[in-house]
Design a protein around this ligand. Structure first.
Ligand code: FES
Length: 120
């Protein structure tokens, strides 16, 4: 489990926070509380914190305007993509996102096996 402090909005609607392991996440300050998602768009790595929030909880990617629900991660534009979303809670008096564990690096044999099955 990795907890990432959200920091302060300081007038911003969205910003990026980083975990110690190098992963980046976007924070969206919505009316009913902050939401945390992957920082980049699953379509082609667009910077989601530079997008627009519409209809209360839909972030529109600034690069190709794909729409993602920041609560569920579902893509309204195509079911081909899904955005990572992470729960927010209070920890030691500050708001944090629980971003889980970093993905485990695959060994070479695992990579070759995944490749032979068409996964990599
Ligand atoms: S990179 Fe986000 S919609 Fe293409």
């Amino acid at each position: 489990m990795t907890l990432v402090p959200l920091g302060e909005a300081n007038g911003r609607d969205a910003w990026v926070v980083r975990a110690d392991d190098g992963r980046s996440f976007a924070v969206f300050a919505l009316e009913d509380g902050p939401r945390v998602t992957d920082a980049v768009c699953p379509h082609n790595q667009g910077p989601l914190e530079q997008g627009w929030v519409r209809d209360g909880q839909i972030v529109v990617c600034p690069w190709h305007w794909y729409r993602f629900d920041v609560d569920t991660g579902a893509c309204e534009t195509t079911s081909q993509y899904e955005l990572g979303t992470y729960p927010v809670r209070e920890h030691d008096g500050v708001l944090v996102a629980d971003v889980g564990d970093p993905p485990r690096a695959l060994s070479w044999s695992e990579r070759l096996r995944a490749h032979s099955h068409g996964d990599g």
